[in-house]
Design a protein around this ligand. Structure first.
Ligand code: G16
Length: 563
């Protein structure tokens, strides 16, 4: 049964349901800490469990979004602790605000990319996605609420700023008193005038991907001598990956690991990188059983790609997909352009130049790709934070990236390591690494950042790791589509040989502050392309630490995560 499911019986049940009464709940003091970060409002589960906390944010969302009364809303989440409760609360608030149609999913399980697709497919006014993405879940973990607009993408800052402003002035919220319908099976329900459709959250997404890739060719690869491992990290992609990889593409049972979504992600940290997905990394990087490995994050928008003894850094992944895009049927006619976030390496820029494609550099945050995608200026985009996607939706898409890689391997019939070696021999290699210093005391992190920012004007022309600093600035972006200016997006040191050091404070953490140090150095084709990135970047790492006083100011001897 799918979204169109509406049996006569359920229609009759809807007609018979008495309208529940709308209750106005007063708030004596508004919350002052509901400012969305890089992607939605992320807080600890405990904070979200405070009385009225979730309701306050959702009320602000309903007051700010255009078209709520009479509109269609998509609702679901990554299955973490708090997901079902939040769906019930939001459904009752939607009924109180006159939403006409609410589409949610069995078990409330809906990945971020699948949600983006449903918003577009049903011309919804918005989607509310319950996820703190790659942050851990459970009663002691994190919860989050992401708001996506009618284009299917994360709400732009004009909307999230207005939502925040509304929360700080809120005197109450509206909700209906009623039982919320069961999410256990597909069906149609009524809550007063609100029609609630519970659909299978996997069907539509799978159909979308079938239209982009050659499932025959990929299936032939996976049914042959090409064992792969996919780690769903006990998060949302389990049901999607099982249907796609083991169901439609014929990979052996057991290909999908940790495929059952759990409220606490099995106690893990559903962030697909070498630190948190280390079991998969060890299988691929130390063992010989698998030719390809991949993992996705809590809500299914991030991806990590591994080959046998080969880690593909996300910046390189975007460059490889761009260079090989026409191998996938959905992109066979070529690309309009590409974009990457500022801290992402310039690997894709080199490919874009070669293919004569426009290439845009945006601030961190998928929301900044939205206008470029909507205007048809770009087809592919990506970020160093394990995000890659295309104009098929308005979110990054983990399983899409996995299938894209499998498409390339199925067509070229070579290993991941061979794809990378060939790519670098053609375009040169951008040695790249990100060092994260997590959960630093907020004042220390801001002290470090502000000091470095103050130094910037004096740095141009000085020497740094044997090079000279050509530009030192705080990144600003003028959106080429709507002309909006976004400033304060990260401190950049651009060196005269094309190397870069970037420093940012994360906008997605919930404990203290996270400092991110991004390092990049380019070696042209014909140079030494086989170094360990940490070695290749060693002089930049040392110089960055000396200049920004990272170790002394954070009190941390080494980063918590290196990717
Ligand atoms: C979110 C955003 C991404 C961003 C990432 C990291 O990802 O959607 O665009 O790159 O956060 O942001 P920060 O460096 O500020 O922590 P996700 O997967 O967490 O939704």
């Amino acid at each position: 049964m799918t979204s169109s499911a509406s049996s006569d019986a359920s229609a009759a049940a809807m007609a018979a349901t008495p309208s529940p009464s709308v209750r106005q709940v007063s708030l004596s003091t508004p919350f002052t800490d509901q400012k969305p970060g890089t992607s939605g409002l992320r807080k600890s589960s405990r904070q979200f469990e405070q009385p009225h906390y979730l309701e306050s944010f959702v009320e602000a969302v309903f007051r700010v979004l255009p078209g709520v009364a009479g509109g269609t809303l998509i609702l679901g989440g990554d299955g973490r602790y708090g997901n079902r409760r939040a769906i019930g609360v939001i459904a009752r608030m939607a009924a109180a605000h006159g939403v006409a149609r609410l589409i949610t999913t069995t078990g409330g399980i809906l990945s971020t990319p699948a949600a983006s697709h449903l918003i577009r497919k049903h011309q919804a006014i918005a989607g509310i996605i319950l996820s703190a993405s790659h942050n851990p879940g459970g009663p002691e973990g994190d919860f989050g609420v992401k708001v996506n607009g009618a284009n299917g993408g994360p709400a732009p800052e004009s909307i999230t700023d207005a939502i925040f402003a509304a929360t700080t002035a809120l005197d109450g919220y509206r909700i209906v008193d009623a039982e919320t319908p069961s999410l256990d099976v597909p069906g149609v329900h009524a809550l007063g005038d609100l029609r609630i459709e519970v659909i299978d959250g996997v069907d539509d997404y799978v159909t979308l991907l079938q239209g982009l890739f050659d499932f025959g060719a990929i299936g032939a690869l996976l049914r042959g001598d090409f064992p792969i491992a996919f780690d769903a990290m006990h998060a949302v992609t389990g049901p999607y990956a099982s249907r796609l990889l083991e169901g439609l593409l014929g990979a052996p049972a057991g290909t999908v690991r940790n495929g059952t979504p759990l409220e606490d992600f099995g106690g893990g940290h559903p962030d697909p990188n070498l630190t948190y997905a280390h079991e998969l990394a060890e299988l691929l990087l130390d063992g010989d059983a698998y030719r390809f490995g991949a993992a996705c994050d809590g809500d299914g928008d991030r991806n990590m790609i591994l080959g046998h003894r080969c880690f593909v850094n996300p910046s390189d992944s975007l460059a490889v997909l761009t260079a090989n895009a026409t191998l996938a049927p959905g992109y066979a006619s070529g690309l309009a352009g590409v974009a990457r976030s500022m801290p992402t390496s310039a690997a894709v820029d080199v490919v874009a130049r070669d293919l004569n494609l426009p290439c845009y550099e945006t601030p961190t945050g998928w929301k900044f790709f939205g206008n470029l995608l909507d205007a048809g200026r770009i087809t592919l985009c990506g970020e160093e934070s394990f995000g890659t996607g295309s104009d098929h939706i308005r979110e990054k898409d983990g399983l899409w990236a996995v299938l894209f890689w499998l498409q390339i391997l199925a067509t070229r019939r070579c290993s991941v390591a061979e794809v990378m070696a060939d790519h670098w021999s053609r375009f040169g290699r951008h040695y790249y690494s990100r060092h994260d210093y997590e959960a630093i005391a907020s004042d220390r992190a801001h002290g470090l950042y502000d000091r470095l920012k103050g130094l910037l004007p004096s740095l141009v022309g000085t020497s740094f790791a044997g090079r000279s600093i050509a530009t030192a600035d705080d990144f600003s972006y003028t959106d080429p589509v709507d002309g909006s200016l976004t400033s304060g997006q990260g401190l950049r040191l651009l060196l005269d040989d094309g190397s870069r050091v970037v420093v940012r404070l994360s906008g997605t953490g919930t404990q203290g502050a996270t400092l991110r140090l991004y390092l990049e150095s380019y070696v042209a084709a014909g140079g030494n392309l086989d170094q360990d990135p940490q070695q290749a970047l060693a002089d930049l790492i040392t110089a960055a630490d000396q200049l920004a006083e990272i170790r002394s100011r954070t009190g941390m001897e080494r980063p918590t995560v290196i990717t």
